[in-house]
Design a protein around this ligand. Structure first.
Ligand SMILES: Nc1ncnc2c1ncn2[C@@H]1O[C@H](COP(=O)(O)OP(=O)(O)O)[C@@H](O)[C@H]1O
Ligand SMILES: CC(=O)OP(=O)(O)O
Ligand SMILES: [Mg+2]
Length: 403
């Protein structure tokens, strides 16, 4: 096959991240981001890496994901990297919810589109954006394979004991209520990269991966296979996130409806958009929260403490699930950049063999690195995730196989 380039689209609820890669050496030709789609202040930042130039910014407004992607296509064309290029082999799409059906990357056809659409109620912030991304890309290049790479796929190996909620089996099955897990592309990539950092193969190690971005999730990876993860039916369960509550007693919902007089939609918006760090202190950016903590702000300290307490609980839980842990890996925006979060999350866990070396933890960089003291029983690592590279790799492998 002569075409060796893959365009990856990671469409979020209000953003699109993209990368164009040459899969001969996995090099990046261009990357970019459209933020705040649908708002008046939306903007596009495009970095043509192959051309060696700096980033270009373009302000919107981009009314929806369709408009945003058309603008991305124009930017790429401006660098001679347009979607009409014969060197483009496929377009890879992050799709957040694939249910139980999709366990591996899949070439999109009408049936696949229909299934992604059917799953919208369990990924209302994500799947609609993913669908628009696929449809717009299909319209621009109807001849190219469009490949869906699912956030849920890596977690389909979870045993029933971890995937089942303890609710009536018939009711759960009738409505496909179970724990699916998300961020799987990142958990897969980071657990493998962590094994590599340790000089071992993925099948030889047990890793706890902490993906701490705006959305956040933890996973327990046993010899390369996911055995538990913190997100559930939807990306709301588990850790404290930027705007999502993570775990709450389900009776909070009944209480807010019955006693608080709130509608289901209002409670949904509360838990998904007005909770987590933003609900606790008004900010969802960890940089800002740390700045406020350092100034003695009590609300910011409360938010930080609740965030860390939950994170620590999951580290302990997954330690128990795995029995033996070789490494704990921190990744995504918070995990890769926020040294105080990493330090606080493992503080006091020496008896589990977990500790962070203060100097190593303070080092910044883009490469996977150890931050535990020399000779520690469990490695603690910072392992930058690269969901776009992983999606491109899976996409290219699939189209090469089918061509
Ligand atoms: N230097 C930093 N220090 C602390 N936190 C950071 C830093 N840079 C980014 N973050 C955090 O990372 C978050 C974004 O993470 P990211 O993985 O890009 O999220 P998403 O993919 O969900 O948008 C920001 O909201 C912010 O809290
Ligand atoms: C599934 C999920 O939470 O994704 P994100 O972190 O991109 O919002
Ligand atoms: Mg992310």
């Amino acid at each position: 096959m002569s075409a060796t380039r893959v365009l990856v689209l990671n469409s979020g609820s209000s953003s699109v991240k993209y990368q164009l890669l040459d899969m001969r050496d996995s090099s990046r030709l261009a990357s970019g981001l459209v933020e705040r789609i649908g708002e008046r202040t939306s903007r596009l930042k495009h970095t043509p890496l192959a051309a060696g130039g700096g980033s270009r910014e373009r302000s919107g407004p981009f009314a929806d994901h369709d408009a945003a992607l058309k603008a991305v296509a124009q930017e790429l064309a401006g660098d001679g990297l347009g979607l009409d290029s014969p060197e483009l082999a496929a377009i890879g799409h992050r799709v957040v919810h694939g249910g139980r059906h999709f366990t591996r990357p899949t070439v999109v056809d009408d049936a696949v589109l229909a299934e992604i659409e059917r799953l919208i109620p369990v990924a209302p912030l994500h799947n609609p954006a993913n669908l628009t991304g696929i449809r717009t890309a299909m319209a621009l290049r109807p001849d190219l394979p469009q490949v869906a790479v699912f956030d849920t796929a890596f977690h389909t190996t979870m045993p029933e004991s971890a995937a089942r909620y303890a609710i009536d089996v018939e009711t759960a099955d009738a409505h496909r209520v179970r724990r699916y897990g998300f961020h799987g592309t990142s958990h897969a990539y980071v657990s493998r990269a962590t094994a590599k950092l340790l000089g071992r193969s993925p099948e030889e190690v047990n890793v706890i991966v902490l993906h701490l971005g705006n959305g956040a999730s933890a996973s327990a990876v046993e010899r390369g296979r996911c055995v538990d993860t913190s997100m559930g039916l939807t990306p709301l369960e588990g850790l404290v996130m930027g705007t999502r509550s993570g775990d709450v007693d389900p009776a909070v919902i009944f209480h807010l409806a019955r006693v608080g007089g709130m509608s289901i939609d209002e409670i949904d918006a509360l838990l998904n958009k007005k909770s987590g760090l933003v609900g606790l202190c008004g900010d969802n950016d960890m940089r800002e929260i740390r700045r406020r903590v350092d100034e003695g702000d009590e609300r910011a300290k409360l938010a930080f403490d609740v965030y860390i307490h939950r994170l620590k609980k999951y580290i302990g839980a997954y330690y128990a699930v795995l029995g033996h842990v070789d490494a704990v890996a921190f990744t995504a925006g918070v995990g890769e950049n926020a040294a105080p979060v990493r330090e606080a999350a493992v503080a006091g866990l020496d008896s589990l063999g977990l500790a962070v070396d203060e100097e190593l933890n303070a080092v910044r960089g883009d490469e996977p690195r150890l931050i535990s003291p020399a000779g520690a029983r469990v490695a603690v690592a910072v392992v930058p995730t690269d969901e776009e590279l992983e999606i491109a790799t899976q996409t290219y492998a699939l189209v090469k196989k089918t061509n």
